[in-house]
Design a protein around this ligand. Structure first.
Ligand SMILES: Nc1nc2c(c(=O)[nH]1)N[C@H]1C(S)=C(S)[C@@H](COP(=O)(O)O)O[C@H]1N2
Ligand SMILES: [Mo]
Length: 257
């Protein structure tokens, strides 16, 4: 089943509350044609998923025995920059994670700082839109823990993850990878900044030294090579304006599984 069909199926089979949401979207559908329809469908899926499962439902967690023997590297396999090469060479001792934007106190964390914070491990399944899945154990710091010292301003709505890699080489830098999530996902207990995979330091191919795990969404939301988390009230002003590298190329912003 393709995405749209799956979504239609979801509207069709959903509870009365879904129908209520649909009527609220009618105006937008008429105004912007197909793009509007898709956008409304995404909104509806997100709302429906949350109505059905609750805003804080956990993604399924697996056991050690379920861990996949191999886990594909997808998209960038190593950021192609002198800066990244230099940081890798130094075992990421000079790497810093910046937290800025709509925060009261911008922060900078080293990898050692992050490793000192209370960690969480979870064994989850990664689902890529390209049609493959793999189960791995991820260990890292809950995003909520990392954001706490920064203190979000009242108008904060999204966390944007800026990455070290350019997946597409362009003159204006618009091929740089980035992603964004809302604050519900940012504070979800399984949303972590992972520095280890299957009890090993995160490999370069999988996003060293730090990647996002946002377990209720698809693979492309799992930003690798994070260097900066920017808190914003809107992502409309960033790159293509759709909240992520793949979103700017037509994928959905809310990629619920
Ligand atoms: N920075 C960055 N993050 C990224 C990508 C990428 O190319 N660059 N690819 C995305 C996609 S489509 C998937 S499926 C996963 C792949 O993660 P993996 O390489 O650890 O399998 O990372 C996501 N995060
Ligand atoms: Mo993917």
């Amino acid at each position: 089943m393709n995405k749209l069909t799956r979504r239609r199926f979801l509207f069709g089979g959903t509870l009365g509350a879904g129908a209520l949401v649909l009527s609220g979207c009618d105006a937008a559908v008429q105004d912007d044609g197909v793009a509007g329809l898709i956008r409304s469908a995404e909104q509806l899926t997100m709302k429906t998923q949350r109505l059905l499962q609750g805003r804080h439902a956990l993604a399924r967690e697996f056991s050690e025995a379920d861990i996949s023997p191999s886990f594909r590297v997808n998209g960038t396999s190593a950021p192609d920059s002198g800066e990244y090469a230099r940081l890798l060479e130094g075992n990421f001792a000079d790497w810093r994670l910046k937290i800025d934007g709509l925060v009261e106190r911008p922060q900078e964390y080293s990898l050692a700082d992050l490793r000192k914070m209370p960690a969480r491990s979870q064994i989850t399944r990664h689902d890529c839109v390209e049609g493959w899945s793999a189960i791995a154990k991820w260990t890292g710091v809950p995003l909520a823990t990392v954001l706490a010292p920064a203190g979000l301003k009242p108008n904060a709505r999204y966390a944007v993850f800026h990455c070290a890699d350019e997946l597409e080489k362009t003159l204006d830098g618009s091929g740089r990878y980035y992603e964004s999530i809302d604050l519900i996902d940012a504070y979800h207990p399984q949303t972590i900044l992972a520095y280890a995979m299957n009890d090993q330091d995160l490999m370069v191919g999988h996003g060293a030294p730090l990647r996002l795990r946002v377990e209720r969404q698809l693979g492309y939301k799992q930003a690798k090579y994070i260097t900066r988390i920017e808190i914003v009230d809107s992502y409309a002003g960033l790159w293509g304006g759709n909240g992520g590298y793949w979103e700017d190329r037509g994928y959905e912003w809310y990629a619920g599984i």
